[in-house]
Write a protein that binds this ligand. Structure first.
Ligand code: ASP
Length: 367
């Protein structure tokens, strides 16, 4: 089974909703999770502005709410969907003090209502199927119990769930990805994340077809936004694969799964600085094609400091084998450093992820 999530840029206007509907039909996707309309102006940001204004003045600002209404009407009208009653209800709810989370969640709610109507799918409110614990964690059993019982294809709004007391609670920004991943993980389904890029790019500008959860986690750690970190963890724990797909192209995308990319790490040629070269060299390590920023400081002849970086053992080995380097200080390391390439007697200090290593060149071999 496939659970597909479409992000805000895939749902920016009427044309995009049509495109999404075509993709869902063509691929016979049974469960769809949606974001609020995004693009240059995000509906979520407008809702935040509207509710903030209400807090200050006790009234929804006409101009802000008009921008929200105009946007939804411009999306819904060409699709033959009527949204005026929903919009009036949202405005009335904000004016009645419905609260921040409820108000901001309405972008996803209405987005799902529109797509469900266009598709002829059931609308399943996240309020029913994504229950949250008091601390805000997603209760996976609630998803299994509820969606398992909905036998028809459905559209679910992302980005929110329901607290034990019944109140709506938002997930973190970008949280529709978390909703989609949670639904996929709970149902043992494959997760497709449809967005506006062809997949995850390697350091040479090509799309990687496969990367492992660990590599994707590393990318998230370095600020890649293409996958939500928590979403990745959920999928990894469930062993559910994630495919990053482009709504606007036929690219085959990137599959993130247990399978590790071959040749997982190697240093880029930028790293080959000479022992006497100037300080603060920007470089990167490529792991299975991943591009990870790395700052290397030459501390003097034959000494480098590699700071704030994460890399695989193989990449580290490459650095240590770099010509003319006698000492390497690593102040942050991600991944296990295998004992076999660091002769024990040369490991000077190892504490809280920090390694100070004196290299004996001829004991190491380049791979
Ligand atoms: N609409 C929400 C946001 O802009 C959630 C999402 O798109 O995932 O953060």
């Amino acid at each position: 089974m496939v659970v597909a999530k479409f992000g805000g840029s895939s749902l920016a206007g009427a044309r995009e909703y049509k495109r999404v509907a075509d993709i869902v039909r063509k691929n016979k996707i049974p469960i769809v999770v949606v974001s609020a309309p995004g693009g240059k102006v995000k509906i979520t940001d407008l809702l935040i502005a509207a509710v903030s204004r209400w807090r200050r003045s006790g009234k929804v600002d006409g101009e802000i709410f008009d921008a929200i209404s105009d946007r939804f009407i411009a999306i819904a009208r060409p699709l033959g969907v009527r949204v005026d009653t929903y919009l009036a209800d949202i405005k009335a709810a904000i004016n009645a003090g419905c609260g921040y989370d409820y108000a901001v969640s309405r972008g996803e709610y209405l987005s799902a209502r529109i797509l469900a109507e266009v598709m002829g799918y059931s609308f399943v409110d996240a309020k029913e199927c994504i229950k949250l614990t008091a601390s805000g964690a997603i209760d996976m059993r609630s998803i299994r119990a509820h969606i398992g019982a909905v036998k028809a294809p459905c559209v679910i709004p992302g980005f929110y769930g329901k607290l034990p007391g019944g109140a709506i609670k938002l997930l973190p920004r970008g949280g529709s990805d978390l909703s989609g991943a949670a639904v996929a993980a709970a149902l043992n389904a494959q997760y497709q994340k449809w967005t506006d890029v062809d997949g995850i790019f390697d350091g040479h500008g090509g799309v990687m077809q496969n990367i492992s959860y660990d590599e994707a986690e590393l990318l998230c750690y370095f600020g890649a936004t293409v996958v939500h970190y928590e979403a990745m963890k959920l999928l990894k724990n469930a062993g559910a694969s994630l495919t990053v797909k482009n709504t606007f192209s036929d690219s085959c995308g990137t599959v993130i799964s247990k399978k590790r990319h071959d040749g997982w790490a190697f240093s880029s040629k930028n790293m080959y600085l000479g022992g006497n070269e100037a300080a603060n060299h920007e470089a990167e390590i490529l792991g299975g094609g991943l591009k990870i920023p790395l700052r290397i400081e030459a501390l003097g002849n034959k000494k480098i400091l590699i700071d704030g970086c994460g890399f695989s053992p193989l990449a580290l080995k490459r650095i240590l084998c770099y010509d003319g380097i006698d000492e390497v200080t690593v102040t942050a390391a991600i991944g296990n450093i295998p004992s076999d390439f660091m002769p024990q007697n040369r490991l000077v200090a190892l504490d809280s992820g920090s390694i100070f290593y004196n290299r004996v060149r001829d004991k190491l071999t380049l791979t």
